[in-house]
Ligand binder design. Structure first.
Ligand SMILES: Cc1cc2nc3c(=O)[nH]c(=O)nc-3n(C[C@H](O)[C@H](O)[C@H](O)COP(=O)(O)OP(=O)(O)OC[C@H]3O[C@@H](n4cnc5c(N)ncnc54)[C@H](O)[C@@H]3O)c2cc1C
Length: 476
């Protein structure tokens, strides 16, 4: 028997974007229906950020053995029980899962409906036999791995981020197609856990990142034993008849090559989850990358907003969550909202981490001919020396007058350190504001301050300033 629900807000997808909208709206006592077809918590919790960071953490501990010698500590090579690493990863997921659970959201007053949602018309959504007629809708259906049309790929048992965290045995040789953040994080984690790893990237690895920062990541992973082949166009994948190995045929500028391995991970980007939603029936326009939204995150149907990966913009959990919180302001208080991607930090959690915010170097100089780059190196930071994490740098981009336009950090804790620059950009600060803070000594936070102080370095040799100091000295 069909049931019709008439909440104020209907949210489709219980990942970071959808959960944020549901939690905030329910917190204000507004009636919310939240629809989820799979696991609560979405990609981040189940097959994305959480398992990948837990695996990287395991890899980091394994790597300590080879680094401890520099501290005067000899450790024998680690014995890795991959089955137990798998259990650790799933234990971390399980400890976070209650935060996103049906029970928690129902206790907040959200009605959770399990099943796949699709639009019936501009005002109605259907899940199984249930119809939902809400005042407003928020689509937060996320994304899934985009699988490229490579010959033979469908005939081999390839892995994606949806399956790799289920492996109970270490891959003997993991081949990864795609050197973006997901590919590079999983390459380092598996290498450190004792696997042979080969990355095949059609362009340059971490192609959207600052080139200098990406080179440091590439060199570090290479020195750890990851084989990284850039400008490698994968043409064909096939199985070796005699054993379980997979062969990947690829082309570089000058030649054809083959590599074989035990496992193949496809990490070649993301596709929006929109196919089953019958968006046309609701007058919601989309393109290959995702649902089209304006700066206020509204779709072409005024009753419907979209947030997170499904919009095809920056694909990060904090972005989906931030967009969700913006949308609730529009839904509950009818306030105008404007999403600005330049204020969103972007981090890749390899070691060294790469974090950036605002404009990149190229855009900075396209838009501001007299822009400045302020640099400071981890090598010149005492804490980094003590911890022996001296590889890395910060680059800050400013206008000639010192307004902060962007920052890139590569090195230890870069993802944490970028928060300061996120505040600086959000508040339209100048380097002068940044020089007014006093970070504790010795911390990596001093690297940010030193970069800001660099803005004033030319003042040290300015003849007028020197003349002024001399004149003041004469006063006694
Ligand atoms: C391996 C990996 C590592 C990552 N690491 C990081 C990281 O370290 N930091 C970071 O910020 N981001 C990371 N990300 C990205 C992050 O996971 C996503 O940006 C984030 O999950 C997007 O949230 P969302 O709410 O848009 O979508 P999702 O989390 O994907 O949630 C969408 C939900 O909608 C449901 N759904 C889809 N269609 C329907 C339907 N028709 N009806 C009902 N339900 C539906 C899905 O089942 C899913 O649960 C990583 C991603 C991957 C794959």
């Amino acid at each position: 028997m069909s049931e019709t629900l008439t909440p104020d807000i209907c949210v489709i997808g219980a990942g970071s974007g959808g959960l944020t909208v549901a939690a905030v709206a329910a917190g204000f006592g507004v009636s919310v229906v939240l629809i989820e077809r799979d696991k609560m918590g979405g990609d981040c919790l189940n097959v994305g950020c959480v398992p990948s960071k837990a695996l990287l953490a395991a890899g980091k501990h394994a790597a300590m053995a080879s680094k401890a010698g520099r501290f005067g500590i000899q450790m024998s090579q680690p014995m890795i029980d991959f089955g137990k690493v798998h259990d650790h990863v799933h234990d971390v997921i399980a400890s976070i899962a209650p935060n996103d659970s049906v029970e928690r959201f129902e206790a907040m007053g959200v009605k959770v409906v399990k099943g796949e949602a699709s639009f019936v018309n501009k005002n109605t959504v259907k899940v199984g036999d249930t119809l939902i007629k809400a005042r407003r809708y928020v689509i937060a259906t996320g994304s899934r791995p985009a699988i490229p049309p490579i010959e033979g790929l469908q005939d081999v048992n390839y892995l994606t981020n949806e399956t790799i965290f289920d492996l109970m045995d270490a891959p003997h040789h993991l081949m990864i197609i795609g050197g973006g953040p997901i590919g590079m994080e999983l390459a380092q984690a598996h290498r450190r856990l004792g696997c042979q790893v080969t990355v095949l990237e059609a362009g340059d690895i971490l192609g959207r990142e600052d080139r200098e920062a990406a080179r440091l990541v590439r060199d570090t992973l290479t020195s750890e034993g990851v084989t990284i082949i850039e400008k490698a166009k994968v043409q064909k994948v096939k199985k070796v008849d005699s054993d379980r190995d997979i062969i990947v045929a690829y082309e570089t500028e000058d030649a054809q090559h083959e590599v074989s391995g035990s496992h193949l991970l496809v990490a070649t980007g993301r596709a929006p989850n929109i196919e089953t939603m019958n968006l046309d029936a609701a007058g919601i326009r989309s393109e290959k990358s995702g649902i089209r939204v304006n700066k206020g995150l509204r779709t072409s149907n005024k009753k419907v907003y979209a947030v997170g990966d499904v919009t095809g913009g920056l694909q990060f959990t904090h972005v989906a969550g931030y967009q969700g919180s913006l949308v609730t302001r529009a839904l509950l208080f009818r306030l105008p909202i404007k999403y600005d991607p330049q204020l969103m930090p972007r981090t890749t959690y390899t070691e060294p981490e790469v974090a950036s915010i605002g404009l990149d170097e190229e855009s900075v100089f396209q838009q501001h001919k007299d822009a400045k780059i302020l640099r400071w190196s981890y090598h010149e930071n005492d804490r980094a020396q003590a911890e022996r994490t001296t590889e890395g740098f910060i680059k800050v981009f400013t206008t000639a007058k010192g307004k902060i336009l962007g920052a890139v950090i590569v090195g230890a804790q870069a993802g944490d350190m970028i928060a300061l620059w996120a505040l600086a950009l959000a508040k339209g600060m100048t380097v002068r504001d940044l020089t007014s803070i006093t970070p504790a000594y010795p911390t990596l936070a001093e690297i940010s301050k030193r970069a800001a102080v660099e803005f004033y370095r030319p003042t040290l040799t300015n003849p007028k300033v020197r003349k002024l100091i001399g004149w003041l000295r004469k006063l006694g």
